[in-house]
Design a protein. Structure first.
Lengths: 327, 737, 204
């Protein structure tokens, strides 16, 4: 690790103020919640901040509250707290499961929900100090000519990372909102709009500005008659990120779909929503044929690289499974 | 002697150092802290093949806290065990793979050392490189060595490696059918939990090296030779060792770098590899491309095997590069040509049963496929062709392979569960598979010293390092059994060349047979002296006495007895027994441990995920000295094989020649969730040459495991996977729901 | 920020090269890929800031006050400063679990926490399990059931097992496997580690 100074931040305002100050002074600064993920980047000197703002010392940012037909989850709430929370388990079992699928127990014990949403990619070119890749300020995404077996098939280029979060697809499927604090105060936006495609910004995975931090996730409870589902495929059942994951929330009535949200993980630089498939499903009865068709539609336009063609079929299979499980 | 006659051999005995291991008190090399100790780090080449034109370390040297920077321009130390067919230095020029060591820095703390690496300016002149072994053998390939890329041997190793017996032409003529195919295995890292680390300290010209080594005697000899020191000036200590599986056999470059840095700074130095260093800086298992031509009768009986292969040794040849997966079958006519080849990639060398799991995968897959094509049940195929003679003519000193096959199949329920390959429709495909394995069993040089104290307790000194096998416990158990002194009264000292006698090194599953035999002989020496001392009191001849449970007694009249501690009062002040043994292996006989493995899998055709639901491992390792760790060895070997079969591979980025997954995350070592309960069966047929009838335990379990899983996947899917690892992407490409 | 000059191209040059223009990735020559490889070890700058703080830790019931460098991890401080070397470092990347300790009743990777973040925290390491000479039942079970092979991962396996048993005195086998799934064992002794935890739960 490069030398740096850790600052235990005491409030959201202080964090934002410091970030602003360092930005003005042209000093590099980063924020950490659980720290498990970012510290690894620092250890191999892919991340080299001068100042590290420890947010865990901010009181009152770790909570899960059930309010007004939804859940409010504080940014510093750990993944294990999301997984084990009684209300989450009762009302949103698949969100609890998604939290429980992340990484390993030790990482879930330290890692926070905001950190999980803001984590950097686990692309091997990005994580290695040997490759000065596009996302790190270099000129190429090494994936294109290199080994792309775990990389994006949708929404990619010029960078081909996949978003590694397990919670993000589940939360986007739930139409969650994310609260962001900045110098001008707080704003709440749909989580879906938080993530950014590389065509827009190939160096960042989200729209967070250098002087902003995430403070809360708001999760509306799905309407009665809804079923949520999360499934993650990976090579090893611990540690591994999704090769492909799928989160679906399907609201049905009278045997037909009223509303469906279908979100894929592990296939795109952002949690990948499939609006056309969702639209197709509206008012349809869920059976093999509709599930299969929806899966086809969801993967339309997929552009695999040489090593990740298999992800297309896998993603389709997962969508089918998820939808049939929601019938 | 039958097993039940023993008092401690053959039981389930917890390790004698269990307390130290569960309390954190066990001191591994990295735990050694010395006053004034510096920390060191290694700088590695980013190029696969390049001449170093210059190194400017002045900026690094000026960084506060930096004490020394060594590299090929100021430090020329040979690394004897680093290359068998070429002279390898600790820093080489040209560098020959991404990861070849370029420089090392010692500084006041590890972060300053790391900072300093970034300040070393190295000027490279790139040279053409080659990554594929098959490509490397083509005449137009860039030459990594003047003689070319086939690793031509001098002395201990050769290239190509050849073996031949019978009459190949005749064998193929006798065949009803001839099958040919190619199988591919990949480079997998040993990935032991303890990163490489070395601590060195010089006192008045004598070097003490705390090494993480599988063999302190070899390490001492290597260090002394490479640094030009007399053996008396080198002390190697390794009390606890955090795994190696073959990649910590001798002295390695980092041990020599540490010694050089400690010398240069006149301070103790600890050199630590990072996990990335560990994956690329040392070695993993050699990858291979195996071609088989197999002649069979229509009932599956093998008449001839023509086997050729290329193994990728990376940039240096540390070990053989051989492939021996055909060893466990009766093959009347045979030819093997294996070509160990250099490429500009990470070095490949020993990893648990070095020549076996990859080629057992190839050959047992081949036989499984032939069985399918002939319409023969794989059980019959393996049973029919199981090894009865070595190299078509030699008997084995003991061989319970048949019982392993019978008992293993019975346990897993082969007859009820086997079905035609790929027959199962639907997304969840069940399969069952089997394969045969084992490992050579030999005898050789061992040494031990036993001291019996005045109170009748005993002290055993052996040079072994317990690399996790339970070797210390095994030696104590053998000593207890051979002496007739209760295990609780035996203290064992190991792992310090200044104190303990020679040991060949804890590799190749040799400890029990080599050093164990010496412990028995040393115990005999002790007993002779005890009986001589006890004879007057018992009014009997020394040769008529026996010792059991710490009591000396007259064999013909056990009521005539005296406790050992009383005998010892007649001896001033202690009894010392010693033995150096080097039993010769008998001519015309071959020694082997054998194994038959069986497993069941469920393949999810939707996701490509393979779940191993049941695993049975039946082993013939002769008498089992200590069942508890012996079973653990089997479980562990199987686990490593599962990783090699399903997930593990060190990946090299083709355009840049850089490894892209040198870490546990992406190299995908199996976790708790990948491995089922491994059911272990020991068929105990005592071997006439092993200590108490024991053969070898450590290496055999990994040998059939990869093929067993692969054959079960074939049974489940009807698809033959000829390239490792069998990952979801490969399965999804081949299998339909 | 000070720039570390790399052979041929500095990181600032890369940034300049990007500018606002389009970045082509369709056709990439190996030459370009090679020139983009980081040639020197990636030290952006040694960094003027050298954060240090005095912190208080309670480890195995004993209070410590010490000065730590901000870049020291909890694992390093336990081992190097407090001499508690029972906490092993296998990867230093949060990928193996050998460094597992318990903080606030939860098992975490001590290699993946800065020591400075632990100010005021209570930490339990493998050295804190035994009461005097009396081993924790879990440690007894690890001996009895051959939990350690090489032993390097053992402390971490035990601490993850301990964290589980603190919350769930009678776990199922599946729960034990899952609770230990953040701890690699390259000796492949998973069966034994799970059996040890289950036996310890029964022994209570």
């Amino acid at each position: 690790m490069k030398n740096f100074e850790n600052i235990d931040v005491k409030s959201v305002q202080e964090a934002v103020g410091l970030l602003r100050k360092f930005q003005n002074e042209k000093k590099s600064a980063a924020v950490v919640g659980g720290g498990s993920e970012y510290l690894q980047l620092m250890k191999v000197r892919v991340a080299t901040p001068d100042y590290l703002l420890n947010l865990k010392t901010i009181p009152g940012l770790s909570y899960i509250k059930e309010e007004g037909g939804g859940l409010r989850i504080g940014a510093l709430t750990t993944l294990v707290e999301v997984e084990e929370h009684k209300g989450v388990k009762e009302k949103l079992l698949f969100l609890s499961e998604a939290a429980g699928e992340a990484a390993s127990p030790q990482i879930r014990n330290a890692g926070t929900i905001a950190g999980n949403l803001c984590q950097r990619p686990f692309c091997w070119y990005f994580r290695s100090p040997d490759f000065n890749c596009l996302r790190k300020g270099g000129q190429v995404c090494f994936t294109v000519a290199g080994d792309s077996r775990y990389h994006a098939i949708l929404g990619a280029g010029p960078s081909y990372i996949v978003h590694p979060s397990d919670l993000a697809p589940a939360l986007v499927a739930l139409n969650a909102q994310i609260k962001i604090a900045g110098p001008a105060g707080e704003k709440t936006i749909p989580l879906e709009k938080f993530f950014v495609l590389p065509q827009v910004d190939y160096k960042h995975e989200n729209i967070l500005k250098p002087d902003e931090i995430v403070t809360e996730i708001q999760v509306p409870l799905p309407k009665a008659g809804s079923k949520g589902f999360y499934h993650k495929v990976r090579e090893r059942l611990a540690w591994d990120h999704a090769i492909v994951s799928v989160a679906t929330v399907v609201e049905s009535s009278g045997g037909a779909v009223r509303n469906a949200r279908v979100v894929l993980g592990g296939v795109a630089p952002i949690p990948w929503r499939a609006p056309k498939a969702e639209e197709f499903l509206r008012a349809k009865k869920l059976d093999d044929a509709t599930a299969q068709k929806a899966a086809e539609i969801a993967l339309e336009g997929a552009q695999p690289l040489k090593d990740n063609v298999y992800k297309i079929g896998l993603a389709k299979s997962l969508i089918e499974r998820a939808l049939l499980a929601s019938a | 002697m039958a097993t039940n006659e023993f008092s401690v051999v053959g039981k389930r005995i917890p390790r004698i150092d269990g307390y130290e291991r569960v309390t954190g008190q066990a001191q591994y090399t990295g735990d050694v802290q010395l006053p004034g100790m510096l920390y060191a780090r290694v700088l590695r080449s980013p190029h696969p093949h390049a001449k170093i034109v210059g190194i400017d370390s002045s900026k690094a040297e000026k960084l506060p806290g930096v004490r020394a920077v060594i590299h090929s321009f100021n430090t020329q130390i040979p690394w004897g065990s680093g290359g068998l067919t070429q002279k390898r230095m600790i820093f080489n020029n040209p560098v020959r793979f991404v990861g070849d060591a370029v420089a090392a820095v010692a500084a006041t703390d590890r972060y300053v050392a790391e900072d300093a690496l970034g300040l070393i300016e190295v000027k490279y002149e790139k040279l053409p490189h080659v990554l594929d072994a098959a490509q490397a053998l083509k005449p137009e390939a860039p030459k990594i060595y003047p003689k070319g890329n086939l690793s031509v041997g001098e002395g201990r190793v050769s290239a190509p490696i050849k073996d031949e017996w019978g009459d190949l032409e005749k064998g193929f003529k006798e065949a009803d059918k001839v099958f040919e195919d190619t199988y591919i295995s990949k480079h997998v890292n040993n990935a032991q939990m303890e990163r490489r680390v070395s601590v060195a300290k010089w006192d008045a010209g004598k070097l003490t090296a705390w090494a993480s080594t599988q063999g302190i005697s070899n390490a001492r000899a290597d260090i002394a030779r490479d640094l030009g020191l007399p053996l008396s000036k080198v002390r190697v200590v390794c009390k606890y060792m955090g795994g190696g599986f073959g990649n910590k056999n001798q002295a390695q470059d980092y041990d020599l770098m540490t010694a050089a840095l400690a010398k240069a700074t006149a301070q103790p130095v600890k050199l630590e590899f990072t996990r990335e260093d560990d994956f690329i800086g040392m070695h993993g298992r050699w990858a291979s491309e195996q071609h088989y031509k197999v002649g069979v009768k229509s009932d599956g009986t093998i008449t001839a095997v023509d086997f050729s292969a290329v193994t990728n040794m990376g940039a240096y040849r540390k070990q053989s590069g051989d492939l021996s997966g055909c060893d466990f079958y009766n093959i009347p006519n045979f030819r093997k040509v294996v070509s160990p080849t250099h490429t500009n990639t990470v070095v490949a060398a020993n990893y648990r049963a070095p020549a076996y799991p990859q080629s057992v995968f190839g050959f047992a897959s081949m036989l499984d496929q032939i069985a399918f094509e002939l319409g023969v049940n794989p059980y019959d195929m393996f049973m029919r062709n199981r090894a009865r003679l070595s190299k078509g003519k030699m008997a084995f000193s003991s061989n319970a392979l048949e019982e392993c096959i019978v008992e293993g199949a019975k346990r897993i329920g082969w007859n009820e569960k086997w079905h035609k390959p790929g027959a199962a429709p639907g997304p969840n495909k069940h399969g069952i598979g089997m394969a045969l394995g084992g490992y050579p069993f030999r005898l050789g040089l061992g040494a031990a010293t036993i001291r019996v104290n005045p109170d009748g307790t005993a002290h055993v000194l052996v040079g072994v390092v317990d690399i996790g096998t339970g070797a210390k416990s095994t030696m104590a158990i053998i000593a207890s059994e051979a002496l007739g002194i209760p295990l609780g009264q035996i203290q064992l000292t190991s792992g310090d060349t200044d104190v303990t006698p020679y040991s060949i090194g804890e590799s190749s599953s040799r400890t029990t047979s080599f050093t164990g035999t010496a412990v028995i002989a040393a115990a005999e020496d002790v007993r002779k002296q005890i009986f001589a001392a006890a004879a007057p009191e018992l009014k009997a001849k020394a040769e008529d006495l026996d010792l059991k449970d710490g009591i000396v007694f007259v064999k013909a009249d056990p009521a005539q007895k005296v406790p050992l501690n009383r005998v010892m009062r007649r001896v001033e002040p202690e009894i010392i027994g010693r033995a150096t043994t080097n039993p010769k292996w008998p001519e015309g006989v071959d020694g082997k441990a054998f194994a038959a493995h069986f497993c069941e899998v469920e393949v999810d055709a939707f996701t490509g995920h393979v779940r191993i639901t049941r695993y049975v491992a039946a082993h013939d390792s002769g008498t089992i000295i200590n069942r508890l760790p012996a079973e653990s060895q089997v479980k562990g070997g199987v686990t490593q094989g599962i990783g090699m079969a399903l997930t593990e591979e060190l990946l090299i980025d083709r355009p840049t020649a850089s490894p892209i997954n040198p870490n546990y995350r992406d190299a995908k070592v199996p976790t708790h969730l990948e491995v089922p309960e491994v059911e272990v069966i020991f068929i105990e047929r005592p071997d006439p040459y092993g200590p108490f009838g024991g053969k070898v335990v450590g290496e055999p379990p990994i040998t059939p495991s990869v093929a067993t899983v692969a054959n079960a996947i074939f049974n489940a899917t009807g698809r033959r996977f000829k390239e490792l690892p069998i990952t979801p992407d490969k399965i999804l490409r081949a299998v339909r729901v | 920020m000070e720039e570390k000059k790399r052979k041929g191209v500095s990181r600032r040059d890369f940034l300049k090269g990007i500018g606002g223009g389009a970045v082509g990735t369709a056709i990439i020559s190996t030459g370009l890929l090679d020139s983009q490889k980081a040639e020197a070890y990636p030290t952006e700058a040694i960094g003027a800031a050298r954060g240090k703080s005095a912190i208080g830790l309670k480890v195995n019931g004993k209070a410590y006050r010490l000065e730590v460098e901000h870049r020291q991890t909890l694992a390093e401080v336990l081992r190097d400063e407090l001499g508690l070397t029972g906490t092993r470092i296998g990867c230093d990347r949060g990928e193996c679990g050998a460094c597992t300790v318990i903080v606030g009743g939860r098992n975490i990777y001590s290699c993946s926490q800065l020591a400075v973040w632990m100010n005021g925290k209570e930490i339990l390491t493998v050295e804190g399990l035994a009461k005097g000479d009396k081993l924790d039942p879990l440690q007894e079970a690890f001996i009895e059931h051959d939990g350690p092979q090489c032993g390097f991962c053992t402390s971490g396996q035990i601490m993850s097992g301990k964290a589980l048993l603190m919350r769930n005195a009678a776990p199922t086998e599946a729960q034990v496997r899952r609770a230990l799934s953040g701890n690699l064992c390259r000796c492949g002794n998973y069966n034994r580690e799970v059996a040890s935890v289950l036996a310890a739960a029964k022994a209570r």
